[in-house]
Design a binder for this molecule. Sequence first.
Ligand code: SF4
Length: 310
Amino acid sequence: MSTVRSPYFKRLRSSAPKKSKSNAPLTPALDSKKAKVTRTKVKLEPQDSFSGKFTGTKSNSHETKAYVNRKEVKQENPKWEPVLWKKQLANIRKMRQSKDAPVDTMGCEKCKGENYSEKDKRFHTLVSLMLSSQTKDQVTHAAMLRLIEHGLTAETVSRIPDEQLGKLIYPVGFWKKKVIYLKKTAHILKEEYDGDIPDDIDGLVKLPGVGPKMAYLAMTCAWNKVVGIGVDVHVHRIANRLKWVKSRTKLPESTRKELEDWLPQSYWREVNWLLVGFGQQICLPVSPRCSDCLNKDICPSSTAKTKMHK
Ligand code: SF4
């Protein structure tokens, strides 16, 4: 004879706690006869970082709403870069087409003696860079011609009397200090590098009077290895005027790091040459010739009357 169980009984069964397979109590509270059954209300709230969509779904006769979470797609922050840099750089390239700035005819690339070994030519590049700080290209170039004519190797510089060396490089900026730096550097190169120059940044910046700008340029011009951007006062100033740095930089070294962060490496060599000449001819340190500049409408620092939003 089958037993007909009332719906009430069925409800009781389904709500009773299931027996654990082991004899261990489900929870200490359920095991105790005196345990009180407490109910906790759980408030469901959408997550702060919710990124799914809100949909309406039908369940039986009730219409319920549910958040459908989508798997968050992790997006890497796109790399920062100045919005108009390609256009600005293309304009600078156009303005530099004639290649008639001092750097084009008298830069460190043009300061190598013809009848010297490759090793000595690398030394010439380093010497011209050391002389060039705080000095116009014309003055550096003239001093280099005198040195090359005298005989310019690590050996000759290490032997030349200070006074004579001073006369050869005068009137480059800080020439007295540079005499000391050149002599010390020549000694180190003779003793440790067989008269050649170091082929890495660390070795170069250890030489007296050689800073990061010179080191990166020496790597490019002497060794033909582009390992960083040579940032001199022109590159530093123009990068800030064009806002090619996220926020204003005080030191050329900070500008170098910022530029290297976003500028593709294929531009590193060219950007130094472009900006140095541009800074010598148009984007001058004082009173830049903005009205003659092709970037006057898209430069945040333009002093020409333009339509540009700054
Ligand atoms: S508009 Fe003026 S400040 Fe700007 S890049 Fe040209 S010359 Fe320099």
